[in-house]
Ligand binder design. Structure first.
Ligand code: SF4
Length: 321
């Protein structure tokens, strides 16, 4: 049986904000009880509109945030119960690739120093070993080791993202959270970086949590996908199920908005209307009912459960079962 590398169980993160203009302590329900698991060597995609809670989920799994409730496990061990030393060890095995390499890289450091910095922080190797490792990593991501002395502004956007990936690989991680890694790149660069990520996964056995709002990139890279809306997972399952037979009206509207060159995929004509409600005051019942063209009375009061409709395809909609 395939090892489950990462698991989230009923994970919640509410941010409290005491506004000067409001007497009420309002909580932003960024992540509101989500569960999923990622088998080793696979890519799990988290998609949804901005503000749906996907990046917060990534930060919780990396323990850059503490949860409000729920649990998360890495190789069967509770991430939130780890002490300082164990957490430091965990940080070597979990890394992150950010959306915007321009702001995530230190512009005053040359790329050789940027890539070797994690090795230095964790006290790995001497100066010579670190230099050798930097050359090896630069080659691995398709950069010339001779350019290690250059600064980030001397590289293109795609090359800077390759630097970010080399840095993420420096500690030989098992798991990488890729938070919108190609969103800031143009189309040709996107394809190159996605191909590189796929190639690295095959060569190094990496497991990815791939966070994106662009469904075409998710379809290309992910083995399974979860669609998030207002802090909840509304649909989840193998790539094929989500893209060829989406059952949740929200997923159908997201898919209707993208061009996926596959004649087998039937397009829904549903269009998304209105704004996403505020996560400080999510609607009762089904959270999508204020924008759903199929909303019935029960949708306004009864929250649909996320249920398996077959082959591990989970849907949270009263109409899906
Ligand atoms: Fe639409 Fe109702 Fe299904 Fe929610 S439960 S997605 S409102 S039909």
């Amino acid at each position: 049986m395939q090892e489950i590398l990462v698991e989230a169980k009923n994970l919640k993160k509410h941010f409290h904000s005491n506004s000067f203009f409001s007497r009420r302590d309002k909580a932003v329900h960024a992540v509101d009880g989500i569960s999923f698991s990622i088998p080793r060597g696979e890519t799990f995609g988290l998609v949804g509109e901005s503000g749906c809670g996907k990046s917060t989920t990534g930060r919780l799994l990396l323990r850059l945030l503490e949860p409000t409730a729920g649990e998360a496990f890495f190789r069967g061990r509770s991430i939130f119960d780890l002490g300082k030393k164990e957490l430091q060890k965990l940080r070597r095995e979990m890394q992150v690739i950010f959306q915007d390499p321009f702001s995530s890289l230190n512009m005053r450091m040359n790329v050789g120093d940027i890539i070797s910095e994690p090795l230095e922080i964790h006290g790995i190797g001497g100066k010579r070993e670190r230099k050798e490792k930097v050359s090896e990593l630069m080659k691995l991501v398709g950069l010339s080791p001779g350019h290690a002395g250059r600064f980030p502004h001397e590289f293109s956007g795609g090359q800077r993202q390759r630097v970010g990936i080399a840095r993420a690989l420096a500690l030989n991680p098992l798991f990488i959270v890729a938070d919108e890694p190609v969103s800031s790149l143009d189309v040709s660069m996107r394809a190159q970086i996605l191909n590189l990520m796929k190639d690295l996964q095959e060569r190094l056995g990496l497991t990815y949590l791939f966070i994106a709002h662009d469904l075409s990139t998710v379809r290309f890279l992910c083995d399974s996908v979860a669609v998030m809306y207002l802090g909840k997972i509304v649909e989840m399952g193998p790539n094929e199920c989500i893209f060829k037979a989406p059952r949740h009206p929200y997923t159908q509207t997201l898919l209707a908005a993208v061009t996926i060159p596959d004649p087998e995929i039937k397009r829904s004509r549903i269009m998304l209307s209105g704004e996403m409600p505020s996560p400080t005051d999510p609607p009762p019942g089904c959270r999508f009912h204020t924008r759903c063209p199929h909303a019935a009375d029960q949708c306004k009061t009864i929250e649909p459960e996320l249920k398996d409709v077959g082959n591990g395809h989970m849907v949270s909609c009263h109409l899906a079962w």
